[in-house]
Write a protein that binds this ligand. Sequence first.
Ligand code: SF4
Length: 446
Amino acid sequence: MFFGPSVRIEDHTIYADYPRDVVVESTIFSDGKVQTSVLGTSIFEKSGDEYVALPNREVKRQLYRVLSEVTRKRFPWGSLTGIRPTIVAREVQDPGLLAEFYSVREDKAQLALETAQAEDRILETTGTEDMFVYVGIPFCPGRCSYCSFITQECRASAELLVAYRDTVLREIAGLSGMFRNVKAVYFGGGTPTIMEDEMLFHFIDKALDRIRPDRNAEITVEAGRPDTLSEAKAERLRQAGVGRICVNPQTLSDETLIRIGRRHTADQFFEAFSIARKAGFPVINTDLIAGLPGEPLGAFQCNVDRIIGLSPENVTIHALCKKRTSNLKREDILDDPVREGIADGMITYAVNRLEQAGYSPYYLYKQKDTVGGLENTGFSLRGKECLYNVAMMSDCRNVLALGAGGVSKKIFANGRAVRHDCVRNVKDYIQNIDKIIEGKIRFFEV
Ligand code: SF4
């Protein structure tokens, strides 16, 4: 966050380029106390009164204070660098304390608390014995420059897609005894709607037939790339029981779309959105990304206004993120104060405009290496929130993930969540499917 791409780690020490030598050292003592010193002077020692943070959080909190003094940099989320600031918000229950203790900016503290309350409200509608199913189809028409998924370009791997589809169905059949109390099924990707009509219909029908979701379960299909959605697909998905569809422009600027390698236009997004509306999906989600290369603040604000004009039930605002596997370079995203300021302005504008338009935040998470350390937030019209998104982020609901790269989660009676990662490589997934099925059965049976 403070030093961008120059950071390297050797022998338990983190080095970063900086115009002068500054040594910062943080120690956790055996009694759990934390002390951080800079240039030999201890400047932050845990007081032990009122609110006490866990040691790992206390280290981050003290390091944040020291490094923001040294570099004169501040970030909207302060020392809350973890994936889920709503966990801390729920614990603290006070935006003032979040701001004062963790250096979180006031508007972000409010956002975290509001979202934590919405997450709790939504989770209460399900129980710990319920299951949430994810089906991953990691194929897309082409690869976006910021993509961090294991996505294959479909044009180069059409045969692989057929073999993959068959393997996922085999996995579902192999695990068929495990699908109980399924409250949501999420077909994500990639772009599942990349499949040709008949192939897609056969796949969704077969999958749902074997997963046997509960009668009112939420079924989502990602049609992330608008150029993959046709009237026939939309109507047939509705008939199959799909109630939520994601049609994601990411930006409505054709220049930016070209720059980030998405081979569709803004007009194609509007067309796909109207197809989804006409087909009668009760919930349509649209994603936008703040901080895309070369996109000015005004263009993003216009994107937000135009999306609100369509009245989608869900809108998700992401902060551009640098993942190891994406084509964007670290320096394209990180350690650029101008870009960080613009992305911050974009997200602040989106939050305010969406709230004015009747949307509320209902799930929120952060990723490593996002522009300005900013967050991703799902907004929804009341009563239209995506149950799967909240359950999956919560770490207190069982998730059975099917397909390559899927992350399953099992929740034990004491509330402990344990993860099970599936191989990410599509060919390895296909070749090892029997072992993968066995491993997943063992994981959930323990
Ligand atoms: S649409 Fe999503 S999954 Fe597909 S290439 Fe783009 S970012 Fe990756």
